[in-house]
Design a protein around this ligand. Structure first.
Ligand SMILES: [Zn+2]
Length: 263
């Protein structure tokens, strides 16, 4: 088995912005960042894509979730965190333990500054992957597993001149498949701070433990949805179709998969 990481191409300087023409994240909502006397301020949240994040839910969570575009980042003291997070999870009907400090909540949004020919875009974060409809069509046709396609709410930047009437259609790749890294401290959910329950980061050199892989074509490692990994089946499809603006980085792995899904 081989694994690959889907990543933003290595650009120099301004090329990144010209290939990924985003102004900012738009109306995305975030869980509060944590403040802790040992750790300082931190956030390392996952992406929770609730496409039904309605205005009444946002209003009832006023002061508990924030929208960076409106410039009001909320910090929560570690002593208040359990209560705040419980209210967020209850209001949004999420399982306890879903929301982490800085989790992104709600549909993917972004302000676009130009028309792009690229099939893959990395808007405002190298860990967020948007693709064109043709990519979704090809992936769906191939029946790839471990990924959801979330419709994005892209808007043209106000400053943009001569913009087409309708913004382009993009879909976010939301990866749901899973495997663990070799020797990952996250597997035991070890914390390095007893006050705020901050966990250890993963090992520096990423190695996939194939014995723990759930058989998905797309997967994340250690329940951390910052990086998207794929099998060689996905890599081949991307290369065969000539999809642009994405790097496919080989990642080492050990062990034999126990759980291969037959095609
Ligand atoms: Zn702490």
């Amino acid at each position: 088995m081989k694994a690959y990481r889907l990543k933003i191409p290595s650009y120099t300087g301004a090329v990144r912005d010209s290939e990924n023409p985003f102004d900012d994240e738009g109306e995305t909502w975030f869980a509060p960042s944590m403040t802790c006397p040992n750790c300082g301020i931190w956030a390392g949240g996952n992406t929770i894509r609730l496409v039904d994040l309605t205005t009444d839910k946002i209003v009832s969570l006023k002061g508990k979730i924030h929208n960076c575009q409106k410039g009001k980042v909320i910090f929560t003291d570690y002593r208040d965190w359990p209560e705040v997070v419980a209210e967020i999870e209850h209001t949004l009907s999420l399982k306890p333990g879903t929301v982490r400090p800085g989790s992104m909540i709600g549909p993917p949004t972004g302000i676009i500054t130009k028309v792009s020919d690229n099939d893959f875009l990395f808007p405002w974060s190298p860990f967020v992957i948007w693709v064109k409809k043709r990519v979704v069509d090809v992936f769906k046709e191939a029946g790839l597993s471990g990924v959801h396609y979330i419709p994005c709410q892209a808007e043209w930047a106000k400053k943009m001149k001569n913009k087409p009437k309708t913004p382009p259609e993009y879909w976010e790749l939301h990866v749901t498949g899973h495997a663990w890294q070799v020797d990952s401290p996250n597997r035991k959910e070890e914390v390095i701070c007893e006050l705020c329950k901050r966990r250890k980061g993963g090992p520096k050199d990423i190695i996939v433990d194939w014995t723990t892989w759930d058989g998905s074509d797309f997967f994340i490692l250690d329940k951390i949805d910052r990086m998207a990994f794929v099998t060689d089946k996905v890599r081949d499809i991307i290369l065969e179709n000539g999809f642009t603006n994405v790097d496919i980085l080989p990642i080492p792995g050990v062990g034999e998969p126990k759980n291969i899904k037959e095609p």
